[in-house]
Design a protein around this ligand. Structure first.
Ligand SMILES: Cc1cc2nc3c(=O)[nH]c(=O)nc-3n(C[C@H](O)[C@H](O)[C@H](O)COP(=O)(O)OP(=O)(O)OC[C@H]3O[C@@H](n4cnc5c(N)ncnc54)[C@H](O)[C@@H]3O)c2cc1C
Length: 393
């Protein structure tokens, strides 16, 4: 696997033009309908980016990333969203990658990171359990030590893209059952190992973006633990911070484009004569700008402090609420036509607004619910007292 960092242009303007040309000329084409073809298409695009030295704008160059400074990360994300090219496959690059970069050994970084970034191996997050979502410290999947291996037993749930994953990044209990955050380890598990069973779960949109996972006596080498035994909670904070921050700039840029498309649609349907519609569109425009500035704060925090910080929770709330409101408004704007799915010949823009409306119902739950994000902001940004209903930190 080789990348070509030396070819990056010298000025910001040339860099932007270089990206724009690359994304246009090498564009992978329309998203395939078939799920298996879609994953292959996305993986192929990630390999194209990696081989050209254009993957992982924030990642260190020694693991295949671009190591870009602040301004260039912003430009990269803007051009990426503008080009409508697919992002990384599943959740590895945005969440596990930064965690391994921060806490992994050099051997682990070399072994896992370039293949993850190139899309050769798909990673999925397996943290949540039926009894441990917001209260993740209550997790009960166990990892029993036997010599140089752990033996894992338990169940995970709501694991995005786990059905296409090669590798699962998991949280397991290595301490006593009631040890809470003091007995958790961060373990990387081969998704194809004997004893791992992944079952897709159907969601509101009719797709199956997430799964449940069962571990039955799964043997995992101790060398696949990231960080120290029983000290996984420290990694979770980094991991969750990056999950909430992941793609914040990309999403802000993407929603700039989506909002422009919605404004165009409103114009075409003659709706912009209505002052209430104009008022809503102006409100969305302001919120897109705020999302962009907040994403800049996150990138700055990662570059200066190595962590996204609580701004990632602010970002998560802004984006999740925004995307729900935007799609709700779009469906209302379209009236009955807004309720037609892509299979209907009369569907507006292949039913994209209805699909978005249904899909974004989950936005205020995934990556930590909006209530939990508010708690984080209350305590870590505003300095309010700790939630008495939650265990001490
Ligand atoms: C689209 C999507 C993708 C996901 N992807 C993954 C994934 O890839 N991997 C993974 O491991 N998990 C994933 N999850 C799971 C997600 O992290 C959990 O659903 C989430 O943390 C909430 O946990 P829960 O569902 O158990 O709800 P609960 O924790 O049971 O919460 C139920 C309700 O109680 C509220 N609540 C709970 N505690 C408090 C409190 N202290 N203060 C105020 N309100 C509270 C919550 O806000 C919520 O409204 C995903 C979820 C979704 C929706």
């Amino acid at each position: 696997m080789t990348t070509q960092h030396e070819t990056l242009p010298a000025t910001d303007e040339e860099f932007r033009a270089h990206l724009r040309e690359f994304f246009t000329t090498r564009h992978p084409g329309r998203r395939p309908k078939d799920p298996a073809e879609r994953v292959a298409w996305q993986r192929a695009w990630n390999a194209t980016l990696f081989d050209a030295g254009l993957a992982g704008p924030a990642w260190p160059a020694e693991y295949g990333g671009m190591d870009l400074p602040f301004d260039r990360q912003v430009i990269y994300q803007e051009e990426f969203a503008r080009a409508r090219v697919p992002g990384p496959v599943a959740t590895g690059v945005g969440i596990a990658g930064p965690t391994i970069i921060t806490y992994g050994t050099e051997e682990q970084k070399q072994r896992w990171l370039p293949a993850m970034l190139r899309g050769d191996k798909v990673w999925a997050q397996a943290y949540s359990e039926p009894g441990a979502g917001s209260d993740l410290q209550a997790l009960r999947t166990t990892a029993r030590r036997e010599g140089d291996e752990y033996v894992v037993n338990g169940q995970k749930v709501w694991n995005s893209s786990a059905d296409i994953a090669d590798i699962l990044f998991t949280l397991v209990r290595t301490g006593a059952p009631e040890s809470r955050q003091r007995g958790i380890s961060y373990l990387i598990i081969d998704a194809h190992a004997p004893g791992v069973q992944v079952r897709p779960l159907r969601d509101l949109t009719g797709g199956h973006d997430f799964c449940e996972i069962f571990f039955d006596e799964v043997r995992v080498p101790v060398t696949d633990r990231v960080g120290e035994e029983n000290e996984g909670w420290k990694l979770v904070r980094t991991s969750l911070g990056h999950e909430r921050a992941a793609g914040a700039m990309n999403q802000a840029s993407m929603y700039r484009r989506v909002l422009d498309e919605l404004i165009q649609l409103a114009r075409e349907r003659g709706a912009t004569a209505d002052p209430l519609v104009r008022d809503r569109l102006a409100d969305f425009d302001i919120r897109v700008r705020i999302m962009r500035y907040n994403a800049m704060r996150i990138i700055d925090s990662i570059l200066t402090a190595g962590q996204p910080g609580p701004a990632s929770s602010v970002s998560r709330i802004l984006i999740s609420r925004f995307e729900q409101d935007l799609h709700e408004f779009a469906v209302e704007l379209l009236g009955p036509a807004g309720l037609l799915t892509r299979d209907s010949a009369d569907a507006v823009q292949r039913g994209r607004w209805l699909y978005g409306f249904l899909r974004t119902r989950a936005s205020t739950i995934g990556a930590g619910t909006v209530e939990i994000q508010r708690n984080t902001i209350a305590e870590q940004v505003l300095g309010l007292p700790h939630d008495p209903a939650m265990p001490a930190r």
